[in-house]
Design a protein around this ligand. Structure first.
Ligand SMILES: C[S@@+](CC[C@H](N)C(=O)[O-])C[C@H]1O[C@@H](n2cnc3c(N)ncnc32)[C@H](O)[C@@H]1O
Length: 236
């Protein structure tokens, strides 16, 4: 026998939407972490901090282990990290605050936007460390290091400035080496297919992913390109 009770549609289960707390915490570190950055805001912060002998830019700075160590080695330099993920940004900001670093800033901004933040020929070092490998052929177009980014890096670097790439992924490394014939602004300055067995100094400053791969004995590939000449890179 039917009752009104049996005809009533089932009550849908209550789905509590998970909210990432880091999206809120990203605003808790206004001195170190610019959640909605603009070029003018970064410029203002850098001017307030006073001139630095060198400018370092890390694209995809993750949880900030590399930037934090670099800031310790070069406390007077300016350091800027670009990162998209909230949790990693907050972790990085906490490390910089813990160490009292006043000349390092994190921007929640895609790496591809970095040329908006720096005048041509003003950057001393650009680092891309362990970029997401995007292993499937159909995903290669997502790789951070592509000919456009390399061109932009060439424009941003001072003559003599360096672009550093580290990766554990041999396919990614070959992908970047394959782009080099299109790079007219620089020359190879450093190269290793096992950075941690080399004497190259950048092997001693390790990012979070780098430390993880090193602990597993995985080789790390390293490439440094140096900007040559005194002319401004072709903006086209
Ligand atoms: C594999 S992790 C490496 C993190 C760090 N560099 C390290 O070595 O420990 C790659 C990082 O790049 C960030 N990333 C990926 N695409 C990005 C983009 N377009 N702009 C800024 N960051 C990006 C990711 O969120 C992630 O934190």
């Amino acid at each position: 026998m039917f009752s009104m009770e049996t005809l009533r549609p089932p009550i849908p289960p209550v789905h509590r939407r998970w909210v990432n707390p880091y999206t809120g915490w990203v605003h808790n570190h206004p001195d170190r972490l610019l959640a909605n950055p603009t070029p003018a805001e970064l410029q203002q912060r850098r001017e307030q901090a006073g001139e630095g002998p060198a400018l370092h830019v890390e694209l995809g700075s993750g949880s900030g282990n590399f930037l934090t160590q670099l800031a310790g080695l070069h406390p007077q330099d300016h350091l800027v990290g670009f990162e998209l993920r909230y949790k990693r940004l907050v972790q990085a900001a906490r490390k910089l605050e813990r160490d009292g670093r006043q000349r390092a800033w994190l921007l929640r901004e895609p790496a591809e936007a970095f040329p908006r933040y720096f005048a041509p020929q003003t950057v001393d070092h650009v680092y891309v460390l362990f970029p997401d490998p995007w292993v499937k052929v159909s995903q290669w177009r997502n790789r951070m290091v592509n000919s456009t980014l390399l061109h932009d890096i060439g424009c941003a670097l001072k003559p003599g400035g360096l672009f550093h790439l580290k990766t554990d992924h041999s396919g990614y490394f070959l992908h970047v080496l394959g782009l080099l014939p299109g790079v007219s602004w620089g020359r190879i300055h450093g190269f290793s297919n096992h950075l941690h067995r080399s004497a190259l100094p950048l092997g001693r400053v390790r990012s979070e992913f780098e430390a993880m791969f090193a602990s597993r004995g995985k080789p790390v590939f390293y490439l440094a390109l140096q900007k040559t000449g005194t002319q401004q890179a072709d903006p086209d």
